[in-house]
Write a protein that binds this ligand. Structure first.
Ligand code: AMP
Length: 394
């Protein structure tokens, strides 16, 4: 038998109803905040992700599903959605029509990571992206939208971790200072961090290997290097969040795995999922639109890990098995014909039906109706009408 590919999974009913209800809630909630749905394809040119996520990130170095397309182009199954949304934003000149465009998208992402609980090779995200707005109040509103979405789902016990990654003005000095410090401790770093040290030293800050964590315990903080504008921006985000009663924790170790972030970076974490504790993450990417060939437009967004959210949600609210409202139980071929027609018409009229055409015994069908949690059973039998001593089957 051909089995599932490792790291991939089937999502089966009744769990699918949890997914649907979370997705419906997201659509309604995000649309209230002025976001509209965008659906980019799952396949893009590899160059899009190499240029946006960054050549020296784990995703681009080792996790992308890339293969040859036609005419020498390399194609990639998207590992995240932001790059695709930015590409669509530029390609369709959306900036010309709407100076403050807001989009959300829901769909699968693909990363060749080591499969483990909470980490899949095809996983789902709900993304929200805002273009053209550099105000710190947008950052705060986006975090508020995300947290109130979780609240709507009654998912609690979440913490907002917040940091600022500065901008191309102030980050280089921090990067240099950090590199200097890490170079002196190179012998304590894991092989991955040794590579990062050269190309992307900020990533060493969020390595989970205990020796690396220890090596960066007294690392300098980006917050001490913020320029005046970035400092002011960060302070305003914090004040706005406090004003909206959103609790947060400043986390100077939070750098996120993608190169394009600037200024505000945040992650929403839970203590209920073990090692994979991030349910959502996001931040500003003010340079990305220009970097990908568009006009200079600030932007900010986040991605919620839907698989992890479903896990949190389903632990509290197991998927209810919703049985049919009417279960048609036909006895005999003529009855099956009628049951087919009546049940179809009833379903079309908005009633949840099930009709069993298997021809099994009444007892077997009653048992199935019971197992499915049918609210009503309609036994369709043969009706005999006696006319003038003749028996006619109707
Ligand atoms: P990222 O795009 O890496 O910033 O991730 C955003 C969110 O997506 C994370 O907080 C996770 O909840 C989720 N996520 C990322 N990678 C995976 C994965 N391999 N499997 C399941 N969820 C993931």
């Amino acid at each position: 038998m051909i089995q599932l590919v490792r790291g991939f999974k089937d999502i089966l009913p009744p769990e699918t109803s949890v997914w649907q209800s979370i997705e419906d809630t997201a659509r309604r909630h995000f649309e209230n905040f002025g976001f509209r749905e965008i659906r980019p394809p799952v396949l893009e040119q590899a160059a899009l992700f190499q240029r946006s996520i960054g050549e020296h990130t784990d995703i681009v170095e080792k996790e992308m599903y890339t293969f040859a397309g036609s005419r020498d182009t390399l194609l990639t199954l998207r590992p995240e959605a932001t790059a695709s949304v930015v590409r669509a934003y530029i390609q369709h000149k959306i900036y010309a029509a709407d100076p403050a465009a807001r989009f959300y998208t829901i769909g699968p992402m693909f990363r060749k990571e080591r499969p483990q609980k909470g980490r899949y090779r095809q996983f789902y995200q709900i993304n929200a992206e805002v273009f053209g707005v550099d105000s710190p109040y947008m950052d705060a509103q986006l975090i508020y939208m995300c947290m109130t979405f979780f609240r709507r789902l009654s998912v609690s016990g979440l913490q907002v971790h917040l940091n600022s990654l500065g901008c191309p003005e102030c980050r280089p000095a921090f990067r240099e200072k950090l590199s200097e410090m890490l170079a002196g401790r190179a012998e304590n770093l894991c092989p991955d961090c040794l590579r990062r040290l050269e190309k992307n030293p900020l990533r060493v800050l969020d390595c989970k290997v205990p020796a690396c964590r220890e090596a960066v315990a007294d690392a300098p903080s980006m917050l001490d290097f913020l320029c005046d504008d970035c400092g002011q921006h960060f302070r305003t985000v914090q004040a706005a969040l406090a004003d909206m009663d959103i609790e947060f924790q400043i986390d100077p170790r939070l750098v996120r795995g993608l190169d394009y972030y600037t200024r505000t970076a945040f992650e929403i974490q839970t203590s209920e999922l073990g090692a994979q504790n991030a349910v959502a993450g996001g931040g500003r990417y003010d340079q990305l639109v220009e970097m990908l060939g568009g006009p200079a437009q600030p932007a900010i967004g986040f991605a919620i890990g839907l698989d992890r959210l479903v896990e949190l949600f389903a632990a509290k609210f197991p998927a209810p098995e919703t049985g049919p409202e009417v279960f048609f139980l036909p006895m005999g071929d003529a009855a099956r014909k009628r049951a087919a027609k009546w049940s179809s018409q009833l379903a079309d009229a908005g009633v949840r039906v099930e009709a069993d055409f298997s021809g099994r015994s009444l007892k077997a069908l009653m048992r199935r109706a019971d197992r499915m949690g049918a609210a009503r059973v309609l036994i369709v039998g043969r009706i005999y009408i006696r006319t003038c001593g003749q028996v006619a089957e109707k």
